[in-house]
Design a protein around this ligand. Structure first.
Ligand code: NAD
Ligand code: GLY
Length: 391
């Protein structure tokens, strides 16, 4: 089947095999527009795309050690079968510690040593850590070279690979150094989720539920109606629909507000609380990012109720759902959680990137599926919610 793109980037026909089985979501950003492809076993389509647009360029796969053999090497084979240049592969250790200045510098040195040019392509194969790292490498190498995202975690497919936020961490804080830099395409392959540990799948699910809560009550109802459990059991229909709906919502939001001057801030629902918990747990294995978001959404729900927006029945719907899918909903659910006080939480939240002169901004739920950002609340209300949460 011939698929005709209206992508302003390249006005030509792309021949994509089995495109009828692939969902395509457009991210409209004028000259930086791109497409998100969602389907199962996409290596051939990824190779077609690369052969069409970068077939005579040098290719660089950045991945982590967990996915190198599983997904980076098979993609290399698919590219070889198309007769394009074999990509160079650089594999970094799995985990958050790879979003460091040190590893970032190693990646840049590797690109220089392997002869990467301004027209080379970086292919990010991995979870959110790799997407954020490879994206920032691409944004900064020779003042910016093209990259595509091949996200291999559910979290990366529904959230981090879309929208162009790239970053690394410094000792002073997470994601403090980065750039808004959009990929040229994103390929969400449901087949890769089969090897993802259940804990990671659930962590990704937290971000899926977030889209329902913040934007789309009908999607939330669909998730409540057994589809959450179905997608956690790898039901392909459920996975594809959920990934597509999340990407559609994120594309709509990012297309309106690429650099988070307004509506994009809603995507941070649960994150101000969640980031503080991640920091207080030293970003270690006790708390995955998605798990922190799950607890953060429960806190955001309680705070929204305290401010008079949600009913206690709404809060219970949210907390019950989060518990039902096996995600943590309260502080006591964090294994070996450090002993912390309300002041500890407040101090970390005050350093949040979204804090401004008016104070800490929170995304609150006005109703299920409807959110807004607010900095107008009584300090006592926030204090009381945190006190109840920690005691
Ligand atoms: P991750 O990248 O660390 O992946 C989680 C674990 O799963 C790792 O051990 C990884 O090696 C392994 N893995 C990945 N794919 C696998 C697969 N298919 N099979 C088996 N194992 C696999 O973590 P994550 O949860 O994907 O991403 C978290 C990161 O994303 C954080 O650094 C966070 O800050 C960032 N993030 C960025 C954005 C954004 O908009 N850029 C949004 C949300 C989160
Ligand atoms: N992860 C939030 C955003 O992309 O804006």
């Amino acid at each position: 089947m011939v698929y005709i793109t209206d992508d302003p980037l390249i006005l030509k026909n792309i021949v994509m095999k089995d495109i009828s089985d692939i969902n395509v979501v457009d991210v409209h950003l004028t000259a930086r527009s791109y497409k998100i492809y969602i389907g199962c076993n996409l290596n051939e389509q990824i190779a077609d795309f690369i052969a069409d647009y970068y077939g005579d360029k040098s290719l660089f796969i950045l991945c982590d050690t967990s996915v190198e053999e599983l997904y980076a090497r098979p993609l290399t084979e698919a590219l070889r079968a198309k007769g394009v240049n074999a990509p160079h592969i650089y594999s970094v250790p799995s985990g958050e510690q790879s979003k460091s200045v040190h590893i970032y510098a190693d990646c840049l040195s590797w690109l220089v040593q392997e002869g990467a040019k301004r027209d080379s392509l970086i292919i990010a194969v991995g979870g959110g850590v790799i997407g954020d790292l490879a994206g920032f490498v691409a944004a900064s190498y020779m003042r910016g070279i093209d990259f595509i995202q091949v996200p291999t975690t559910l979290l990366a497919q529904v959230e981090s690979s879309v929208g162009g936020k790239t970053a690394i961490n410094i000792p002073e804080g997470k994601n403090l150094v980065g750039a808004f830099y959009q990929p040229k395409a994103v390929f969400c392959d449901s087949a890769v989720l089969k090897t993802l540990p259940m804990r990671e799948l659930r962590a990704g699910y937290a971000e899926i539920y977030k889209y329902g809560l913040l934007w789309d009550s009908a999607f939330m109802a669909w998730l409540e109606d057994g589809h959450a459990e179905a997608l956690l059991k790898h039901d392909l229909h459920a996975v594809h629909y959920a990934v597509k709906r999340c990407c559609e919502i994120k594309a709509e939001i990012v297309s309106q507000d690429e650099r988070e001057g307004g509506v994009r801030a809603l995507l941070n629902l649960g994150h101000t609380f969640g980031h503080a918990l991640e920091a207080l747990c030293s970003y270690d294995d006790r708390l995955r990012h998605g798990e922190a978001v799950a607890i953060g959404m429960c806190l955001a729900a309680r705070f929204s109720a305290k401010l008079g927006y949600l009913s206690s029945a709404d809060v219970e719907i949210i907390e019950a759902h989060i518990r039902r899918v096996g995600l943590p909903s309260q502080y006591a659910d964090i294994p070996d959680a450090p002993e912390i006080t309300v002041d500890d939480m407040m101090k970390v939240m005050a350093k949040d990137k979204k804090a401004d002169a008016k104070g800490i901004n929170f995304v609150v739920m006005q109703a299920l599926g409807r959110t807004k950002v607010t900095s107008s609340y009584a300090a006592d209300d926030l204090h009381n919610v945190l006190h109840e949460f920690l005691n």
